[in-house]
Write a protein that binds this ligand. Structure first.
Ligand SMILES: Cc1cc2nc3c(=O)[nH]c(=O)nc-3n(C[C@H](O)[C@H](O)[C@H](O)COP(=O)(O)O)c2cc1C
Length: 207
């Protein structure tokens, strides 16, 4: 069984500095590092250990370029569902929406895009792949590689399946662009723990 030979960063440092890295360099990722990231992904908890996941790794430049077009279309389809019709409707300044839009424009730059698929249908099956994504991002962080969790939209689903030969029995849950960051890892910004945590009864604050 392969071991985590290069995942030497402390788990604490990885957790506390993990951020959504949307701006990525085009530089290729070392094969061994990519392998290590995927090996970490498949070690995640999952429902009944059924391992109903499949990791479709896009490396080919032409495939990534075709995927990127569909990704941008999907991103705007999601915004239209929210009543956002163009960049002018997005909150201005530095915020996750602006950076997500920029990433939607340039996701093809990322040297690797991992399509995290469920090989079974339904909400439980989809939920079961989620821990693998966190393992993947933490392993990537240890190797200095950034990524972001992204989703698609029904409007592009069929074309994505055709492009990537994804069987009808499977579905794409997340797309994770991976690459070396342009910019820095964490710390991230979160609400303080007492705002989101209670002890024994809802509303009883943590000490
Ligand atoms: C289920 C899920 C879906 C997400 N979808 C997107 C997405 O479509 N596009 C995107 O840029 N970021 C997406 N994100 C990333 C979040 O925006 C990000 O985790 C959040 O803003 C916190 O960022 P930070 O860790 O850098 O502070 C998603 C995250 C999750 C957990």
């Amino acid at each position: 069984m392969p071991g985590p030979t290069s995942l030497n960063m402390s788990l604490g440092e990885a957790i506390y500095t993990l951020r959504a890295i949307r701006r990525q360099k085009p530089d290729p990722l070392p094969e061994n590092d990519l392998r290590e990231i995927l090996e970490a992904a498949i070690r995640a908890p999952n429902g009944g250990n059924a391992q109903n996941w499949h990791f479709l790794v896009l490396k080919d430049a032409d495939t990534r370029a075709k995927f990127a077009e569909l990704y941008r279309e999907a991103w705007w389809a999601k915004r239209k569902d929210e009543g956002i019709n163009g960049p002018e409707d997005l909150p201005p300044g530095k915020n996750p929406r602006q950076s997500a839009m920029k990433m939607a424009n340039e996701i093809g730059i990322s040297p690797v895009i991992v399509m995290v698929c469920s090989t079974a249908k339904g909400a439980n099956a989809r939920a079961s792949v989620i821990p693998s994504v966190q393992n993947m991002l933490l392993a990537a962080r240890c190797l200095g590689i950034g990524g972001t969790i992204t989703t698609l939209h029904a409007t592009v689903e069929e074309r994505i399946h055709q492009l990537l030969d994804i069987p009808d029995t499977a579905e794409v849950v997340y797309c994770i662009p991976l690459g070396y960051p342009r910019g820095n890892f964490g710390p991230n910004q979160r609400k303080p723990l007492p705002e989101v945590c209670s002890i024994d009864r809802w509303g009883t604050p943590i000490a």
